[in-house]
Design a binder for this molecule. Structure first.
Ligand code: ADP
Length: 472
């Protein structure tokens, strides 16, 4: 009994250290808006890189032609072909393939990675040849959707700043990513032109905007997390010559690297960061990204099993980093069987068989604490963007006080995608709840979170199509 009391104490400590009360979230919202501003003023002015994308016009539905996109995410890569007939309703996703990224690639070489992508694309194209209807004589135009930080030099080129999300291919920082892929395609004799290099969030924004012009930002909650939004070019002070015609440009925030002393950083976060391949980087992503939530939960369970005997003898499996994945966290969290069968099964896989029901309930609670924090911090991030663009109802940003009423009425759509968001209901619910808390019902009513699937891949192809229609 005394031991259980100890566990109750540990749980209380856990809840306290992961707490995200509304006041703290509001401070975070302010910090996000302030850091965004600092990152726009000067290069290196903030941990938020606020990267230029050279995307000024978003797709509008009038695009035509057949385009390809290859998307390298954190856990998956996707290849798609879309056909555009000149109006929204004619968008056809003709073919789409989705595969896990083999883990052996994560610390391979640039040649191996890009040859793998090129060979996957080759297979995709060969299959298309057999189906004949879609084979074409003209050169194929491809958008490369790339979910890692890139310093763009134009819409079709950019250099890798650094790897994230467990990728560790050395000697690639500073390399032009589009050129690397083009080289691999050329070596295989494929007649494909890498015509756009697009961050996944920018693809998602393009897709969202294509369907709904009120879409002003996009956020990805997948293996990692990132956001982009549409900014006025005159606010992008660090960019001397933005060369845009629309007066605005999409900015890739790279929000995974956001940092503020207001973030509720715990012992678990510190340990996770120290043991990661990119320590001192991507602090926000490590609190909200799908790659990390499972590992935070694992660390908490491990600590509890070390400090009490409720989990039985300490499991060596449980000591293995990343052995508990976030999809297992959601499965345990959302286990609605009275005996918590799913929790029991997953714990067994972790080398923790046969624990009492109250211990299984404790595990569900741990999942809840970790995911709730992630979702609430994510909501604060989104609210920070809204604040920066004057759509949070506070009358700041672009809005003037007299027009607060009008500003508040403006419908604002945020495109959201990623496996964490789409598969984890509790994450979505906690995020929605926190958004309403932060913004208040009156403002939240005008903010639409629109979930999309494969938007970043399709949107990148749309963006490429739209850049072509501007030229022709
Ligand atoms: P990528 O990050 O490779 O672009 P996704 O957007 O599909 O791919 O996100 C995949 C990530 O989503 C996984 O790494 C995992 O963290 C998270 N995820 C997938 N399924 C679930 C699930 N059922 N519950 C919670 N998280 C999930």
């Amino acid at each position: 009994r005394r031991k259980w009391r100890k566990v109750v104490g540990l749980l209380k400590d856990l809840e306290e250290s992961f707490e995200t009360p509304l006041g703290r979230l509001r401070q975070m919202v302010d910090a996000v808006a302030v850091e965004m501003q600092a990152g726009l003023v000067s290069e290196g002015g903030s941990k938020l890189k606020m990267l230029l994308t050279f995307v000024d016009d978003l797709p509008n539905g009038r695009e035509r032609g057949t385009y390809y996109a290859l998307h390298l995410g954190g856990s998956y890569f996707r290849i798609i072909r879309v056909h555009l007939g000149g109006e929204r309703s004619s968008l056809e996703v003709e073919d789409i393939e989705r595969h896990s990224i083999p883990t052996s690639l994560l610390n391979s070489t640039s040649e191996v990675l890009f040859d793998f992508l090129a060979s996957s694309l080759q297979k995709f194209i060969e299959k298309e040849g057999k189906e004949s209807s879609s084979s074409q004589d003209v050169k194929r135009e491809l958008a490369f959707t790339f979910s890692f930080p890139v310093k763009q030099t134009s819409l079709s080129s950019g250099v890798l700043i650094k790897w994230t999300k467990g990728f560790a291919i050395s000697e690639m920082a500073g390399e032009d990513i589009a050129e690397c892929l083009q080289g691999a395609l050329d070596r295989r004799g494929l007649d494909i032109h890498v015509a756009a290099l697009v961050n996944d969030t920018v693809g998602a924004l393009s897709y969202g905007h294509y369907h709904d012009p009120d879409t002003i930002a996009a956020v990805v909650f997948g293996t990692g997390s990132n956001a982009c939004y549409l900014e006025r070019t005159d606010a992008i002070i660090k960019c001397q010559n933005p060369r845009t015609t629309s007066g605005s440009m999409v900015v890739n925030m790279e929000w995974g690297n956001f940092w503020s002393s207001r973030l509720p950083r715990t012992l678990y976060d510190i340990e996770l960061d120290a043991e990661s391949l990119n320590s001192n980087d991507m602090g926000f992503e490590k609190m909200i990204g799908g790659m990390y939530l499972g590992d935070i939960v694992r660390r908490v369970i491990l600590r509890m099993s070390q400090e009490s005997d409720i989990f039985g003898p300490i499991s060596s499996i449980l000591s293995t980093p990343f052995v508990l994945r976030t999809n297992s966290v959601s499965a345990m969290h959302e286990d609605d069987t009275p005996e918590l069968h799913e929790v029991a099964t997953i714990l067994k896989h972790l080398g923790v068989p046969k624990v009492q029901l109250k211990v299984r309930k404790l595990v569900v609670k741990i999942c809840d604490v970790v995911t709730r924090r992630a979702a609430r911090l994510s909501a604060a991030g989104i609210s920070g963007i809204l604040k920066k663009v004057g759509r949070d109802g506070s009358g700041g940003g672009e809005g003037r006080r007299r027009s607060i009423g009008k500003q508040m009425m403006r419908r604002t759509v945020i495109a959201v995608e990623g496996g964490l968001y789409s598969n984890y209901k509790m994450f979505r619910e906690y995020m929605d709840e926190a958004l309403r808390d932060i913004l208040g019902d009156d403002v939240a009513r005008h903010v639409v979170i629109k979930a999309m699937e494969d938007g970043s891949s399709i949107g990148s192809a749309l963006l490429l199509a739209s850049s072509h229609s501007v030229r022709t």
